[in-house]
Design a protein around this ligand. Structure first.
Ligand SMILES: [Zn+2]
Length: 338
């Protein structure tokens, strides 16, 4: 078992007495009216020493199910039963959360040239002298995340799409931390584990990559659907994180195995060629064979104008949930097993 990391733990503004739960707010950026963007954290300090575990959600402001998962885990843990310290940040991007959008769109409308990077999730470890997204990332990393021996970053598929629950690992160049992350992801028990070296889930400046480069087993989760809270998905997420905490010895008890845990190396995207109202003929986790009719697009007069047929086989990992599509938009994604 790794990590006695919380013995030396020090977080500004927190006493960190053993067997306590405390909350703190970290000022990140000032806004024009004099109010502040603040990062709110709950720190649960176990009665006995052990690892430091960082748990965060809602880097993207529509990912509310993740917020409820992280909040419920943090508020539900009894410090007397915890070994080590849990640091929970249920809203990692408050400006975006306020508008329930992936990005803080107000800033993007007002001064688009200053919004690169626009996404704190793609700005780690952050920059105190950078733009707003970089400062938010810096505030989280410097005050909280850098202390962690383990990390989970909970996401919810962006509004208009739905994934089967999947874990995404850091890139292979993170070495042993990737194997550590995969073991934790298996304990979480998702349907899929994405192990990839390119694409949006392994950006150089994503927090799980930055932590992986420091040797920390760290991974992300996609669960539920943007803009929605669903009890069953929240329960799955809470149960999965409790299993990871058991796996690293921070909670007593055996890991309950769940999920398919099928490792995929990428996803094939099937896109709309026409535009209109979308009717899907497949669901998440269906095994699709090449030539399978996966969706129909109808025009506004309810006349079919495209029958979408899968050129490949594989399990359905993502489906579109917006009722309309334009040419080029994603309809279905199929997993490609490792
Ligand atoms: Zn996200």
């Amino acid at each position: 078992m790794e990590g006695e990391g919380d013995r030396e733990l020090s977080i500004e503004g927190l006493a960190l007495d053993r067997g306590t739960r405390s909350t703190a707010r970290f000022r990140a950026a000032e806004l024009a009216d004099g109010s502040w963007v603040e990062i709110a954290a709950m720190v649960v300090r176990g009665t006995s020493p052990g690892p430091v575990f960082y748990l965060g959600a809602a880097f993207h402001g529509d990912e509310i199910a993740g917020t409820q998962i992280v909040g419920r885990v943090a508020s539900g843990i009894d410090p007397a039963e915890l070994r080590g310290t849990l640091i929970a940040v249920p809203v990692q991007n408050p400006l975006a959360f306020q508008v329930q959008h992936r990005f803080f769109v107000g800033h993007m409308l007002k001064s688009p040239m200053d919004q690169n990077p626009a996404d704190p999730w793609a700005a780690f470890p952050g920059d105190a002298d950078g733009n707003t997204a970089s400062i938010v990332a810096h505030t989280i990393f410097e005050n909280l995340m850098r202390h962690a021996d383990y990390m989970i970053d909970v996401h919810t598929p962006t509004t208009g799409g739905r994934y089967a629950p999947f874990a995404f690992l850091p890139p292979t160049r993170c070495g042993a931390a990737v194997n550590g992350a995969e073991a934790l992801a298996r304990a979480f028990g998702a349907d899929y584990i994405l192990a990839n070296d390119k694409g949006m889930y392994v950006g150089d400046r994503n927090p799980h990559t930055v932590m992986g480069e420091r040797g920390v087993p760290a991974f992300g989760i996609e669960i539920g659907e943007g803009g929605r809270i669903e009890g069953e998905e929240v329960a799955t997420g809470v149960r999965g994180i409790a299993n990871v905490l058991r796996k690293v010895g921070m909670l007593e008890g055996k890991v309950e195995q769940s999920g398919r845990n099928l490792v995929i190396r990428t996803m094939d995207v099937i896109r709309a060629r026409r535009a209109g109202v979308l009717t899907l003929h497949v669901g998440l986790n269906d095994e699709v064979s090449p030539g399978r009719h996966v969706a129909t697009i109808t025009d506004p007069f309810d006349r079919p104008i495209e029958e979408i047929v899968s050129p490949r086989g594989g399990p359905v990992v993502r489906i579109a949930t917006h009722p309309t599509v334009s040419t080029g938009e994603r309809v279905v994604q199929l997993g490609v097993p490792r």
